[in-house]
Design a protein around this ligand. Sequence first.
Ligand code: PLP
Length: 405
Amino acid sequence: MIMDVKAIRDDFPILGRTVYGKPLVYLDNAATTQKPRCVVEAISEAYYSVNANVHRGVHFLSQQATQLHESSRETTRKFINARSTNEIVFTRGTTESINLVASVFAQSQLHQGDEVIVSVMEHHSNIVPWQLQAQHYGFVLKVIPMNDQGELRLDEYQRLFTPRTRLVAVVHVSNVLGTINPIQTIISIAHAHQVPVLVDGAQSVPHLPIDVQALDADFYAFSAHKMYGPTGVGVLYGKEKWLDVLPPYQGGGEMISHVSFKHTTFNELPFKFEAGTPDYIGTHALACAIDYLLHIGMDNIAASEHALAEYATQQLTDIEGLRIFGTSPQKGAVLSFQVGGIHHFDLGTLLDHMGIAVRTGHHCAEPLMRRLGIEGTVRASFAFYNTFSEVDALTDAIRRIVRMF
Ligand code: PLP
């Protein structure tokens, strides 16, 4: 299928606006994506017509809201090919999904001297939750290094395993380098040591077809707002065999079966991990975003973003003094770069004044910046609604800025 980008862009009203009198060129999709009309409208329609608290009501509206919320769980299950809706826990985002696993896994499985493996290219969201638990339970973090292209060193990874290794937590697609890690291989190596794997899927789920069963991931975390859905909603996929044995994360309504002052029993999966009123309007909007993605087709999305990224890489490489960080052939549509001696913040600010929204800084990956020996980069990250002429606008603007300097 050839994508009709013009028709797609019409679904995203914000893409038609101007900033500083210039047409907006939105290249900050790794931070958050824009929302199609159907997602925004689904939110107001749900509030207008089916708003009632879920799971608890006998009344019609509550049952309808519950049905909508639970059918969103089924839509999410199908989207990542989980075995059961028991394995789909709704959270507030990738960060909360990882904190959930770090907290309950550490509490029940980790002891003084145990080891958790992460990688040098992790987002802070997949470092700090482990550090917080490590301080309390006394386990240690070991770090998979990478080569200069921004690829994880699988030989070194294999050498990190010891009899004390308890979990691997690794990102699928790097939000800085764009590297698509060989996650299936990473998982099968860990499983050969009987070690489970948590995958940070924040930058993969919006861009690639994901099949958690084919990957054999034990946990897979992602955020709705990075996949054209609403803010404040996320997903934790967890294999039932793990979610069954792990203790609850937070206490409150919905996650219990019976409560007394002497003894409380917990609800079945997935509700055991969902304390309090869930964002049932948000989960409905997430399901609408998934339907929208499926309508375009994840393979089409991956192919069109790949073409954009290839073109952008080619165009940027031609600019004198421009250096791209992350040059693996296995790359998503994320380009981090520096240009000559121009500070990334200055470059980002000048681009902004030309209507081009990019991100600057360490991208919540300070250990990676340290590995690269830099303080920050400019990052352009693409979505399927971006165009080749927007890539040209970016490269023309950088050339103008270089001339100014
Ligand atoms: N992991 C990666 C790779 C990310 O890029 C991000 C956000 O940029 C996160 C985790 C955190 O996502 P959220 O802020 O939606 O929880």
